[in-house]
Design a protein around this ligand. Structure first.
Ligand code: NAP
Length: 465
């Protein structure tokens, strides 16, 4: 894939970039490693001041970076502005809380056996240089939710961003630099996927985090495994959105539209499979389909547009193939199912609702990374739970019910990193984010996210000291 800004709303190549060659890659890795000592010598207050400064700069730059994201990957401009604002908030959250989240702990060993310690301290020390391989779909947020905790913990970061968002990647490099982080603390490597292995195998790289597709995650994890390096993987999802008979159906259906089409349908935590109790199926399907059909598709730079193009031409082909396969095997497109007319230059796809989907169809098992929903009818709680779990993925889930026993059952049995009751999944700096099954492992955000890239060190002091 070329490293280039190609506007997905028009197909026009706006800017191309030469990939960093071996010399520049070496220079940046060396800088990142050299910056580790300096980073670690900064106290939490200093790091927090730098991160707050980055947040302030990001707020000042909001319109600029929002337009850059929209032009590079097609998200509606209002969503791009909201993404920038969310990043600044997350930076401030980690600036405020990192010292507490990583404070020394003093566990007692007395209740098991006297270990002979006069005292014990558990300390969260940084690992060193962390490589972040990131996707284009939330080009600012995915990076910030890694960078803010990693930098606050005292690591340095090397970003290999998706090849279609180079201007956003370079903006991030510049942002942390302008905020005053020492040289080398956070840098962008302008490289394609093929360069990742060499960087990851470099002994100066301590660990890696990857957000992206299953094949990319599996490849990076295999290399990291070979090198015995820590990884965090945030991969795909096909989250269920379950509506039981006690749910407020209209509210559920309206939320379902947003949950499915956020970011033009290209969110890992978008609800993708709608599992509806037979008592409320018809009412839900009607309102949901009306909501999906009413969405305005078009130029994402226009404030009133709700759905922009898919970010990549290949991404639209993938979605088309999944829908065509389902329809060929007997599913019904109750709305959409094709490219919209009059928007021929960009990579647009109509919001689509499919019914009659069964396990023989690819879309039943694969992630639909576009504005396409599958709606299933179920007869009871057992069937709803079983269908919710009938996926290789386990990122998050949404359950609409007012029945406390049903809630308890879903909380116990859903195989995913989250269950959101009577609402839609969203990330928040204070809450752990991550998946189970083939959605990956490890957690981002919260105390869990900042500790992923720490060497959790036991300091044991004998009584003689
Ligand atoms: P992708 O193709 O896997 O790309 C993600 C990143 O990995 C890019 O920087 C890409 O570089 C790189 N990459 C691709 N193949 C690689 C390989 N074999 N070795 C090393 N690096 C490789 O994914 P995407 O299409 O950008 O993003 C969509 C996927 O990400 C979806 O499955 C979505 O669900 C998932 N996602 C998950 C989360 C989460 O938190 N769980 C969040 C957002 C997205 P190039 O661009 O240079 O190819």
């Amino acid at each position: 894939m070329p490293i280039a800004t190609i506007n997905p709303a028009t197909g026009e190549t706006l800017k191309t970039f030469e990939a960093h060659g071996p010399k520049e890659i070496e220079r940046r890795i060396a800088l990142a490693r050299a910056a580790v000592d300096e980073q670690q010598s900064l106290d939490f207050d200093t790091r927090a001041r730098l991160l707050n400064r980055a947040a302030a700069l990001l707020d000042e730059d909001q319109e600029h970076i929002a337009r850059t994201m929209t032009i590079e990957m097609g998200k509606p401009i209002a969503a791009a502005r909201a993404e920038a604002a969310k990043c600044a908030k997350a930076m401030r959250w980690y600036a405020r809380h990192a010292a507490d989240l990583l404070a020394d702990e003093h566990p007692s060993t007395q209740d098991v056996d006297d270990s002979g310690a006069a005292r014990v301290t558990v300390r969260y020390r940084p690992l060193g240089v962390v490589l972040a391989v990131m996707p284009w779909n939330f080009p600012l947020w995915q990076v910030v939710r890694f960078a803010a905790p990693a930098l606050m913990a005292g690591n340095t970061g090397l970003l290999k961003h998706a090849s279609n968002v180079p201007q956003t990647a370079l903006y991030l490099d510049d942002l942390f630099h302008r905020a005053g982080w020492p040289r080398g603390c956070f840098q962008t490597l302008l490289v394609g996927a093929g360069a990742v292995e060499g960087v990851l195998r470099d002994p100066r790289i301590a660990a890696a985090t990857l957000t992206g597709s299953e094949p990319a995650g599996s490849s990076v994890a295999a290399i990291a495994g070979d090198e015995v390096k820590k990884t965090v993987l945030e991969l795909g999802g096909s989250d269920p959105f379950v509506v039981m008979s006690s749910a407020r159906v209209e509210q559920a259906a309206d939320t379902a539209v947003t949950a499915r089409v956020q970011n033009n349908g290209q969110s890992c935590i978008a609800a993708k499979r709608f599992i509806v109790h037979t008592d409320v199926y018809d009412a839900f399907l009607q309102r949901f389909t009306e909501g999906m059909s009413r969405l305005t598709v078009g130029d994402p730079l226009k404030d009133d547009v709700q759905i922009g193009p898919l970010a990549l031409e290949a991404g639209r082909s993938d979605v088309e193939e999944l829908v065509d396969d389902a329809v060929a095997h007997g599913a019904t497109a109750v709305c959409g199912g094709r490219r919209p007319s009059g928007l021929d230059r960009g990579w647009f796809y109509e919001p689509t609702v499919l019914t009659g989907v069964d396990p023989s169809m690819r879309i039943h098992r694969e992630e639909a990374f576009g504005p396409v929903a599958t709606v299933y009818r179920v007869a009871d709680l057992d069937e709803a739970v079983a269908l919710a779990n009938d996926t290789p993925f386990g990122l998050s889930s949404n359950v609409w019910t007012r029945d406390k026993d049903e809630m308890a059952r879903f909380a116990r049995d859903i195989e995913a990193g989250g269950v959101f009751f009577n609402g839609m999944t969203a990330s928040h700096p204070a809450l752990p984010f991550g998946g189970a099954k083939r959605s990956g492992y490890g957690r981002e955000l919260s105390a869990h996210g900042i500790r992923e890239f720490c060497n959790i060190t036991t300091l044991w002091y004998g009584k003689e000291q």
